[in-house]
Design a protein around this ligand. Structure first.
Ligand SMILES: C[S@@+](CC[C@H](N)C(=O)[O-])C[C@H]1O[C@@H](n2cnc3c(N)ncnc32)[C@H](O)[C@@H]1O
Length: 367
């Protein structure tokens, strides 16, 4: 009997697919090889290759050369792109505005003041207004106004502190930031700490109404040198009283009140739109956007040093000066008399308004 073959210990594997050749290692550039340029380099190169006035003198043949044609075409894309982006932004804004106008309803029984709206909206306020402010170039106006502050500075209705990043702290002796809404002021305080951590011992946060007397810091003997308010008249129930109160806190020798406000436009069609939507907007966001800012300033009687308008006249830039005898200036002799008498804690009423406006304690004279 034939012998059976021996059972193999291991069953041989069927031959698999052929093994691929080892992968070629990627060739990295050697130390002297030039790496691809960064975006910055590319932008620099494009800028250097920009069309120049001298190009207009080129011969017809040179103008038709592919390199020249490419260069001109590349540069033409930039204004087309920017124009398109602006048109898109304005279109979106216009659509939003149009939508809110056609669906607007008159809201009745509005409250006297809207502080509760600001209390509620404080945390998301910046995100909400960012887009509109960018389209209206308000950041530039904010920068311009803040650049002008100097000495003892007061900003009222500071809100979330949208001007804070632009403060030139080197030219400020003290900075006082005031708002009637505690949550808004809390956001401003946080922003100040983030943007000016080095300037902390001379910044004061006041939680009070700007319609109430505002007392300057001890060493601002003659009142504030600069008083700033941006987008504040729109949300106060008594804007003339507010302006008088700001005047009463301002140093009448050279002090200035700087306002950046929004209100009525140069154009009737726009004012009609603002009027139609004003009560609904105020109910939702706490501000009336159809106020006659020029009329308010005129009625207040304060002296106008400069007035400019932007965005169809709805953005108002105003520089005011306190009237003599209405600003914050207390004769030194009165302070001496008080100090000698030492009888009263509160100094007599300042000549500012005769109604209890800024008062300093007699002892502040010594600071
Ligand atoms: C429209 S926001 C403007 C905030 C900021 N100034 C800006 O430019 O973005 C109006 C601010 O005014 C404040 N405000 C309204 N009435 C006030 C009053 N009587 N005294 C102080 N602040 C007031 C509100 O709390 C709110 O923060």
């Amino acid at each position: 009997m034939a012998k059976l073959p021996k059972v193999p210990k291991r069953i041989p594997k069927p031959p698999g697919p052929p093994t691929p050749p080892p992968r070629a290692r990627p060739q990295y550039p050697g130390p002297r090889q030039v790496y691809p340029s960064t975006g910055r380099d590319a932008a620099k190169r494009v800028w250097e290759e920009r069309p120049r006035i001298a190009d207009s003198m080129l011969s017809e043949e040179a103008k038709r050369a592919p390199a020249h044609v490419n260069k001109v075409q590349r540069w033409r894309q930039i204004p087309i792109f920017l124009g398109g982006l602006t048109a898109f932004g304005l279109g979106m804004y216009g659509m939003q505005l149009y939508n809110s106008i056609i669906t607007a309803e008159e809201v009745e029984n509005l409250p006297e003041d809207f502080i509760d709206r600001f209390d509620k909206e404080a945390e998301g306020y910046d995100e909400k207004v960012n887009m509109a402010e960018t389209l209206l170039l308000l950041n530039k106006r904010r920068k311009d106004i803040t650049k002008r502050v100097r000495g003892h500075v007061l900003e009222v209705a500071v809100g979330t502190g949208r001007n804070i990043p632009y403060y030139p702290t080197k030219q400020c002796a003290t900075v006082t930031l005031l708002d009637y809404s505690a949550p808004m002021l809390a956001v401003a305080k946080r922003k100040w700490k983030d943007t000016h951590p080095e300037y902390f011992s001379r910044v004061f946060f006041k939680h009070q109404s700007a319609l109430q007397p505002i007392t300057p810091p001890f060493d601002a003997r003659d009142g504030y040198d600069t008083v700033v308010q941006t987008m504040g008249l729109c949300s106060t129930p008594d804007p003339i009283k507010l302006l008088h109160n700001l005047e009463a806190a301002t140093n009448e020798d050279g002090g200035r009140i700087l306002l950046l406000e929004h209100g009525r436009s140069h154009y009737q069609w726009m004012n009609d739109m603002l009027d139609k939507t004003a009560s609904g907007h105020a109910d939702a966001h706490g501000c009336f956007w159809n106020k006659d800012i020029g009329g308010i300033v005129e009625k207040s009687g304060l002296e106008v040093v400069d007035l400019k308008r932007y965005n169809f006249g709805t953005t108002w830039w105003i520089e005011l000066k306190p009237r003599q005898g209405k600003g914050y200036k207390r004769p030194v002799t009165m302070a001496i008399v008080d100090a000698v008498k030492g009888s009263e804690e509160q100094a007599p009423v300042s000549p500012a308004s005769g109604s209890g406006v800024p008062q300093r304690s007699w002892w502040s004279f010594w600071r």
